[in-house]
Design a protein around this ligand. Structure first.
Ligand SMILES: NC(=O)c1ccc[n+]([C@@H]2O[C@H](COP(=O)([O-])OP(=O)(O)OC[C@H]3O[C@@H](n4cnc5c(N)ncnc54)[C@H](O)[C@@H]3O)[C@@H](O)[C@H]2O)c1
Length: 291
């Protein structure tokens, strides 16, 4: 029998209700151990989302989760190489458990570049980069389908990270350009399949030059390992440009690269309810490059 108290009266006063643009939503962000993904995790957590950190490097992933949890947010690290199918299955299972049966957002962000000119590109280079940037997002979305094909009145969002290389091509990046170009078709198909019945929004964000280890000098020594082979990341020193040098960044109207925080801000903007009528789009975040 009702005793006159409301549901709210029965809730302990120390419970913190999440506030913010993504309050109460559960977000998987792949490649969130560093760079754009880590910033995205931080900004999403600030807006009340519960974050599932997915990263190949367990140490970095845990560090990002720990920082979020220490500053009052909610995050869990689910490490694993996404090129291995079992890690995709495990990621979705862990996210659904963390989210008490709900997943609202996927940001397909994990990736790296493995460049070569066309006539020197190996099958391994091609297969790895196409798998990581196109096939992994597909498999993750397919695995998470039961959590997106729902009608509970809560928002659902998929954001696929692309690149100006995918929109315009880039010498030395045939594999990456092909894989990133595929994001637009993937995104639009999700928007058309899952929009009408389930109100799922899907968008692509194509970055230009964002300052992370992918665009730092190769001399900094960052690398990833593929089957024991070390792949150097970054751009050759001779191609590096300096902010403030009048001859640098002439292809960018804002005359500078973007920061990881600025890139993540664009992802948050698209994930948020302020973008509730935006779906199926490719949004360029480039400082105006390639207009
Ligand atoms: N930095 C740029 O200028 C730029 C431009 C356009 C697009 N992008 C895209 O943005 C995304 C993020 O890149 P970033 O610049 O932040 O690079 P980053 O190297 O700082 O971060 C990429 C993250 O992906 C993770 N990752 C890589 N391979 C993985 C795998 N197999 N399984 C799980 N995690 C894996 C890495 O561990 C890392 O944490 C990438 O998809 C990249 O292609 C970046």
């Amino acid at each position: 029998m009702w005793n006159g108290s409301s549901v709210r009266d029965n809730v302990p006063s120390q419970v913190n209700y999440p506030k913010g643009l993504l309050a109460g939503q559960v977000a998987i962000i792949t490649g969130s151990g560093q760079g754009i993904g880590a910033e995205c995790a931080r900004l999403f957590a600030n807006e009340g989302a519960r974050i599932v950190i997915s990263n190949i490097d367990p140490v970095r992933g845990q560090q990002v989760a720990d920082k979020i949890n220490a500053s009052g947010g909610m995050a869990v690290s689910v490490p694993g190489d996404l090129l291995k199918d079992e890690n995709i299955t495990n990621l979705v299972k862990a996210a659904a458990e963390f989210g008490h049966g709900k997943i609202h957002i996927i940001v397909n962000n994990a990736g790296f570049t493995w460049d070569a000119v066309i006539h020197k590109m190996t099958n391994k280079q091609w297969d790895t980069i196409v798998a990581l940037h196109s096939t992994v997002p597909f498999k993750l979305i397919r695995e998470a389908a039961p959590y997106f094909r729902v009608k509970d009145g809560e928002p659902r969002n998929i954001i696929n990270i692309s690149s100006t290389s995918g929109l315009h091509g880039n010498p030395g990046q045939l594999n990456y350009a092909m894989a990133k170009a595929g994001m637009a078709g993937l995104t639009k198909t999700i928007a058309k399949e899952w929009g009408p019945q389930f109100a799922v929004r899907a968008n692509t964000i194509a970055f230009g030059h964002i300052e992370t280890r992918l665009t730092a000098s190769k001399a900094a020594g960052a690398f990833v390992e593929v089957d024991g082979e070390k792949i150097a990341l970054g751009i050759p020193e001779r191609q590096m440009q300096t902010v403030g040098d009048p001859s640098a960044f002439l292809d960018i109207p804002l005359r500078r690269p973007g920061s990881a925080t600025e890139a993540a801000g664009a992802i948050l903007a698209i994930a948020s309810p302020l973008s509730s009528y935006i779906t199926g789009q490719t949004i360029s975040v480039t400082g105006g490059m390639n207009m």
